[in-house]
Write a protein that binds this ligand. Structure first.
Ligand SMILES: Cc1cc2nc3c(=O)[nH]c(=O)nc-3n(C[C@H](O)[C@H](O)[C@H](O)COP(=O)(O)OP(=O)(O)OC[C@H]3O[C@@H](n4cnc5c(N)ncnc54)[C@H](O)[C@@H]3O)c2cc1C
Length: 425
């Protein structure tokens, strides 16, 4: 039974919601806190792969954080997630090569849980919260958030309602439409956010051997291009359903599992549209649909060897001769040139050529380029304070609200919202 009034209701059990819940209950054990999720287990990056980055600005929306404030909070995030930080080797050698061609390589403290072990971590976190008195309810979807006459609260799709002194909304990237509707209903102003558009590469580990020295190398190229989410060990490229089309993503199992000696990573270009374009998100949706249309209902993949010769890839010749490993994700062998806007493709290809200088081999003809890998962030609310309050007693945080771009940044946003609520209460 859910009671009908709480001090704080938190929507979403992703890292943003968890960060808020821990901070609230640890600092005021008497608080009545409800943590609710529409899924059986949170559906974002904590569950999928769960790579954690503990170096600012990775995973943070830089406009809301200084290095000092982020680092102070990251220590608290670390205390809860208990990461096993991975060692790096030969960094100076890669850095020297990068510097010579005006590319930068960021040295990030990282941990990797793996999709097979992440559920154990999530269950531990939720049971710790429950033992401290937080009420955790899953498979319960919030339909409405209200704030009237000094009273806030939420209504569920199954008809129930609870009131609260404060509501934290942390619905993640997939909660884009939900959050937008709530902002409109509450009269919260918002602005368009950036989108990251790019490809995912898959290759043999010997063609991208840097991963033996640095698990998820963060490399920054000109024109807003960067490497993102590198997976190795037992690594797979996967499909992610988004509205009526599919996007590309990747993950890996934990270090102890079998290996397939493949690596996959994304190469993304950040796009920030300006007036008079209304929505970068909408543009990304059109690009995602276009790629799926050209791929006959699926994303596209092309071997680097075919791309270089200006030919489309074909299923019949996709795994032959030099093309000596099978793709881990079954999508349509085709021509990325038809689907990726030329300005984006030009910048991605220029970055790839530089990457091939830093890690020789990545442009082997057999390397597969998958498209579209797109990261959409919700429209950013106009915040009233540094605690991400958008209306009296209502807080919006995490990747969905544009306050983070990764697990650790999302958890940190939760702590910051909780700090504001503790002050308010
Ligand atoms: C496939 C995938 C892999 C990723 N891998 C990584 C990684 O390895 N490392 C990394 O740093 N980042 C990764 N990310 C990004 C990462 O997911 C986010 O940065 C992070 O999870 C954001 O946290 P969040 O709490 O804002 O949202 P989420 O983790 O997405 O959590 C939001 C939660 O809110 C719930 N929800 C939404 N709407 C409602 C509603 N109306 N009612 C009730 N509940 C609702 C959802 O079910 C969800 O569980 C990955 C993302 C994806 C999609």
């Amino acid at each position: 039974m859910i009671s009908d009034s709480y001090d704080v209701v938190i929507v979403g059990t992703g890292p943003a919601g968890l960060g808020a819940a821990f901070h609230l209950i640890e600092n005021d054990p008497a608080l009545k806190v409800l943590l609710v999720d529409k899924e059986k287990i949170c559906s974002g990056g904590l569950l999928n792969d769960c790579k954690q980055n503990y170096t600012f600005p990775i995973g943070f929306a830089e406009e809301y954080w200084s290095k000092e404030s982020a680092e102070e909070i990251l220590a608290q995030v670390e205390r809860h997630l208990q990461p096993v930080i991975m060692k790096k080797h030969n960094l100076e050698q890669y850095r020297r090569r990068a510097r010579q061609i005006s590319v930068s390589l960021c040295d990030v403290r990282q941990a990797h849980v793996g999709s097979d072990r992440s559920k154990t971590l999530i269950r531990r976190l939720l049971s710790e919260l429950e033992s401290m008195g937080v009420r955790v309810v899953v498979k319960k979807e919030v339909a409405e958030v209200f704030s009237r006459g000094g009273k806030a609260g939420v209504a569920f799709t199954d008809g129930g309602k609870v009131s609260a002194k404060a509501v934290i909304i942390a619905p993640g990237r997939k909660g884009f439409r939900f959050l937008k509707r709530i902002m409109e209903e509450l009269g919260v102003a918002y602005v368009d956010n950036i989108v990251d558009i790019g490809i995912r590469l898959e290759t043999r580990i010997e063609n991208y051997s840097i991963v033996r020295d640095y698990y998820d190398p963060k490399i920054y190229f000109e024109n807003g291009v960067r490497t993102f989410c590198t997976n190795s060990g037992l690594a797979r490229v996967v499909l992610e359903q988004y509205q009526d089309f599919k996007l590309i993503n990747g993950h890996a199992l934990s270090a102890g599992s079998r290996r397939n000696d493949l690596v996959n990573f994304a190469l993304l270009r950040t796009i920030r549209l300006e007036d008079p374009v209304r929505s970068g998100h909408q543009m990304a949706v059109y690009l995602g649909r276009l790629a799926n249309e050209i791929g006959g209902g699926k994303p596209l993949m092309q071997r680097v060897g075919d791309f270089r010769m200006g030919k489309r890839s074909r299923e019949a010749t996709f795994t032959r001769d030099l093309y000596d490993f099978a793709p881990t994700c079954s999508v349509t062998a085709g021509d990325l040139g038809l689907a990726v806007p030329s300005k984006i493709m030009k910048d991605l290809w220029a970055a790839l050529k530089k990457l091939d200088t830093i890690v020789p081999g990545v442009l082997h003809p057999s390397t597969i380029m998958y498209y579209p890998e797109i990261k959409m962030y919700a429209n950013k609310p106009a915040f009233l304070d540094e605690h991400f309050q958008v209306k009296a007693g209502i807080y919006m945080i995490g990747d969905g609200a544009g306050t983070s771009r990764g697990i650790t940044g999302a958890w940190a946003s939760g702590i910051r919202a909780a700090q504001g609520i503790l002050r308010l209460l």
